[in-house]
Write a protein that binds this ligand. Structure first.
Ligand code: NAD
Length: 359
């Protein structure tokens, strides 16, 4: 069984790190990789000992498993795949309604890393968590770079500086990492999430949980947030507006899978914030949690900077590559049996992450 890794063209992250080749060779017989696959993550071609460098077209037409990060294989290239080949990438089918239809017509066996269930068993394959964790960490560092103040309390001969106040909206994987990072840097942190289950996690990181009464029950939503009632949203908006006005940094991470991100900070709130404060919106690519946020841009509203960036994992390509590559390795260890992937298997991880099959 040959596995081939394609270089990513949207980021510096590599789907394969050198340390994983020997581990992969216990699961498959041959590892192919595109030249300079790890260049952006500071891995040289010669580091990939025991892997064979092949061209993109050789990998697409000859590998049994083709691995990408962001899918960019063209229809013509899909048609050149081996009939039984499996393509693994972050397809995000919940954000593209025509994708499954297109891949089905092309008879592609596609596994989407972002469809792997968020269960304990699948934790080691969870690319969403890997990338969100980096994004959460980076979000605070990005805010820091734009801030005109210290984050921790400083007692100096010239006088004392008060610690900055951080408000984290959405306490999932990214939000919890942002809380931990802001706390390590000495900020006073408050956090809010509609899922009451995260309250204890927020508190255990040393942050205060902002409570809004009357959230809808989300225990049947597979761990994801559910849409809230209008009344709840109004109460939430009023409290967030109040907290935002005192914050030096706000990190927003709230997502609703397959739907536009909830608007948590209105333009009115932004205009009432202190000049010099910074909002980092990780949901910018799905419409943003903050009004006025533009993905991949920094917008200045009366001295308040709104940084829209949903790809902060790209700022740490080396560790992002290690985590993505480990997630792939762990998935393969789970789904390759006797040198093959049984696409008809009712295994929970495989059946949920296969988005299209050739038969
Ligand atoms: P996500 O990226 O889908 O959303 C980020 C956070 O925003 C979530 O905590 C969500 O509740 C919150 N949010 C949504 N709407 C909001 C609103 N209107 N106001 C405030 N907050 C709002 O979340 P994620 O980090 O991908 O995590 C999704 C779920 O998966 C969570 O329950 C998480 O604990 C779970 N998870 C499980 C595992 C595992 O068991 N293997 C691993 C990772 C995550």
């Amino acid at each position: 069984m040959i596995i081939g890794f394609l270089k990513d063209h949207k980021s510096d992250i590599s789907p394969l790190v050198p340390a994983n080749i020997s581990k992969l060779l216990k699961v498959v017989s041959t590892v192919w990789l595109e030249s300079e696959i790890g260049q952006g993550a500071f891995f040289a071609n010669e580091d990939y000992v025991d892997g064979e460098v092949k061209s993109r077209s050789e990998i697409i037409s000859g590998a049994d498993i083709v691995v990408q990060i962001n899918p960019d294989i063209t229809d013509e290239e899909y048609s050149a795949l081996k009939v039984s080949a499996v393509v693994i990438a972050q397809y995000a089918p919940f954000n593209d309604s025509s994708l499954v239809d297109r891949l089905s017509k092309l008879k592609v066996n596609a596994i989407s890393m972002d469809m792997i269930p968020r269960t304990s068993l699948a934790q080691s394959m969870d690319v969403l968590s890997s990338m969100a964790s980096i994004a959460g960490y980076q979000s605070v560092l990005v805010a820091l770079q734009h801030m005109p103040r210290y984050m921790p309390m400083m007692i100096t001969a010239a006088g004392s500086i008060k610690p900055s106040k951080a408000l984290i909206l959405g306490a999932g994987v990214a939000g919890l990492q942002a809380i931990a990072t802001a706390r390590r840097l000495g900020a006073m942190v408050e956090a809010f999430d509609t899922r009451a289950a995260v309250k204890e996690e927020v508190q255990s990181l040393g942050a205060k949980f902002v409570e809004v009464e009357g959230a809808r029950d989300d225990k049947d939503a597979g761990g994801y947030a559910v849409e809230q009632t209008e009344e709840y949203k109004q109460r939430q908006a009023a409290l967030i507006q109040e907290k935002a006005q005192g914050a030096d940094i706000i990190v927003t991470t709230a997502q609703l899978r397959g739907r536009p991100a909830p608007k948590l900070i209105t333009m009115d709130t932004v205009k009432k914030m202190k000049p010099g404060s910074v909002i980092v919106d990780l949901a910018a690519s799905t419409g943003g949690n903050c009004e006025g946020a533009v993905n991949d841009e920094v917008v200045d509203i009366n001295g308040v900077k709104i940084v829209g960036d949903s790809n902060l994992a790209n700022r740490m390509p080396q560790d992002a590559s290690t985590l993505y590559s480990n997630n792939i390795l762990n998935l393969l260890k789970h789904i390759v049996r006797d040198g093959a992937i049984d696409l008809q298997s009712d295994d929970e991880i495989l059946s949920k992450s296969i988005i299209t099959k050739s038969e």
